[in-house]
Design a protein around this ligand. Sequence first.
Ligand code: PEP
Ligand code: MN
Length: 343
Amino acid sequence: MLIVMHAGASADQVRAVEERIRALGFQAHTIAGTERVAIAVTGNRVPIDPAEFESLPGVREAVRVTKPYRLVSRESRPADSVVEVGGRPIGGGGVCVIAGPCAIESEMQALTIARIVAQGGADFFRGGAFKPRTSPYSFQGLGIEGLRILGRVRRETGLPVITEAVDEESMALVEEFADAVQIGARNMQNFALLKRAGKSRLPVFLKRGLSATLEELLMAAEYVFSEGNRRVFLCERGVRTFADHSRNTLDLAIIPSVKALSHLPILVDPSHGTGRRDKVLPLALAAVAAGADGVMIEVHHEPHKALSDGPQAILPEQFSTLMRDIRELARLVGRERKSVPAS
Ligand code: PEP
Ligand code: MN
């Protein structure tokens, strides 16, 4: 941490800051500039809260120079990590596609959509059995029956399945049936759930919170890592802004930012990111062009009958168009799927 003093800070104020640093057990290194004094802090093993110093007289600001996340940082692992889900790689240069309905509604619905997306070339099947819904009166998912259906989807199509856990109880059930567990936007800072996911044998698909910063997203991933689970892949799914032409604002700038700061794969979900079927294809392609490791797409053969998120579900023919376009775009930008061993 670097503590920058006000231009007119007195020698006593500088001394008080140095003493406070030493009292905390750290070392203070005072640097006299032409206009102001700065004091570097070393010796701390964990990040210091800037508020520790910012309230002291004469202090202008306290700036963190080391990142609060470690294990997920690019410094801790310069090479991209590749997360294997059901034997298939996520990250490492290829573009993967996770597709399926928002929610598992019935065996017939799930299998119909799974066959469509498998045929179209999807790599993974998604579908919620436990749905975090804004209204308690909305469809909450089929629960364990939904998980059993996912098991049948995997057997029939060979696609690894990814589904959400909303609490510790559903996490234990998801572990029995799925190839990866999703932690949804609303639970990105559910620290008990993140710690539980950190003890899971399953890879964790961690979605960005509705108004989470990049640092908060990486800190959430750090929670999982810190408990021992190093198989995490991230998802940008749009954040809340003033814009009302779209359900959320899809923040594609986060892709290069994640790549710069972290070794984790980052996928993009243009379905929740836009909320409208007509916007899903263009933004999925934009995500691939911007360097995403994959996309997650909600698909439904009868979206008008969907029990959740019908307006953003794309139709089967749109899905095959999208897959064709992703393949062509991936080739163009040198992102064809390679068989990269997980690490
Ligand atoms: C989902 O993927 O089904 C979902 C509920 O997404 P989010 O948590 O991003 O809203
Ligand atoms: Mn959904």
